[in-house]
Design a protein. Structure first.
Length: 144
């Protein structure tokens, strides 16, 4: 599989054994991603090839660093010290739809109201006229 940051300056290729991923609800992941959980895919470090350049890294705690793009800010990795595994953010994969959550971690900080919103009303980006118009004027289409 392949992936990278929003601006394209950090790109990777990774060999994956399956489509399993997980949701991490710990406060560190919430703060690192700016979301109520992080969607992550764990892979062997040796399976990752940084195609353009390696991400910049921030020592987010005593036990790990997090990789990100210094240009656009996209969170890319969680890397525990001394581990032969690392976690890639699901949203950074080009084909993120392939991956499926198989479990939850850090549930002591879980915000259930945000992670169980399956029955909430839904709208597509193109359903919002003011946003759709801006995309059409600048790009010529509404992105997926």
């Amino acid at each position: 599989m392949t992936g990278g940051c929003q601006c394209g300056s950090v790109r990777y290729s990774v060999e994956v054994a399956d489509d399993d991923a997980y949701l991490c609800h710990c406060r560190m992941c919430q703060r690192a991603t700016g979301g109520v959980f992080a969607a992550l895919k764990q892979v062997p470090r040796a399976a990752v090839t940084w195609v353009t350049r390696e991400p910049d890294r921030y020592a987010s705690s005593e036990i790990a660093v997090r990789g990100f793009c210094r240009e656009c800010g996209t969170p890319l990795t969680y890397e525990g010290h001394g581990s032969d595994q690392l976690d890639l953010t699901v949203g950074s994969f080009d084909e993120a739809h392939r991956l499926r959550p198989t479990g939850h971690f850090g549930v002591e900080s879980r915000h259930r109201a945000w992670s169980e919103g399956v029955d909430l009303p839904e709208k597509r980006t193109g359903d919002l006229p003011n946003i759709a118009k801006k995309w059409m004027e600048t790009r010529g289409n509404v992105p997926d």
